[in-house]
Design a protein around this ligand. Sequence first.
Ligand code: KG4
Ligand code: ZN
Length: 324
Amino acid sequence: MIVLGIDTSCDDTSVAVYDAKENRILSNIVSSQYEFHIPFGGVVPEIAARKHAENIDVVFEEALKVAGVEVKDLELITVTRFPGLLPALLVGLTFGKGISYCSGLPFKGVHHIEAHLLSPFIGKEPEYPFLGLVVSGGHTLLVLAGGLGRYRVVGKTLDDAVGEAYDKVAKMLNLGYPGGPVIDRIYREFKGDYLQLPKPKVKGLNYSFSGIKTAVKRLVEKGYPKEQIAASFQKTAVEYLVGKLKKALKEFGIRRIAVSGGVSANSLLREKLEELSEKGYEVLLPDLSYTSDNGAMVAYVGYRRFLLEGGDELTVGALPRLSL
Ligand code: KG4
Ligand code: ZN
């Protein structure tokens, strides 16, 4: 079965073609619009929707071309339906429904977090149970996955997502948007001493990043060097993420970990996960091209959900918020 996957949940317009029989992604085109959001230091929903509308047909055609398929070869249309920026989601959803309507192909709406959650398994079959850590610009979640669609959120952020904290810290330091890759690079080049930042004490497996952000603000006001603040922030944020991950592993006696989302590209996080794998844990990470938002993970999960429960009516809508 040849599956089309569309994601327009935030500021990336992405379309992918997936050969489900061969379990192979044939193309995964991502058109990022982040430069249009730079002056605002964050994603503006209205601008995101307009740029998706301008780009989606071009991205779609490119995805077909790279995959070497035509519209008539497609057999299933999958699109991110929730959660995300509502005006942005509606562009991809309407585009996907249009193709489905004209061609009579089945249509399946996909949960964006589920797509991230399973993205480390792209190219193979998901193996359960596993502990998922989804770390992106919009989400920070610890999820116990017992099977397809059988998820229990065991921890989450009570305020900012970790990627959001990265972006806000970068904004305070005038490092541009998105902040994650810049701060990660500064961390790698930094040679000095780290500054002390608090690791908020939140009950159980939940996270909170607003305290770290406020502490960063104070250091900026005190005039500490940008590089020292950025590097110290990364050290604290990643140690905090991994600390709770280890706590969850112990609590649930799980040996398989799947980490996903934009922040899973982080080099220090990958280093710490490597240490866990040396201790005998099975650690799965997405290919770097599947860490940020992409259509490949949507097609991969949409196909599996379609097999499990069938397609959706074309009357279904988008939702800005929906937990797993
Ligand atoms: O998954 P994603 O593309 O979008 C959402 O669904 O939110 O994640 C984007 C987030 C941004 O906040 C960005 O700063 C962060 O991922 N990010 C990183 C790195 N690369 C991207 N954070 C830390 N280290 C990185 N290397
Ligand atoms: Zn995402």
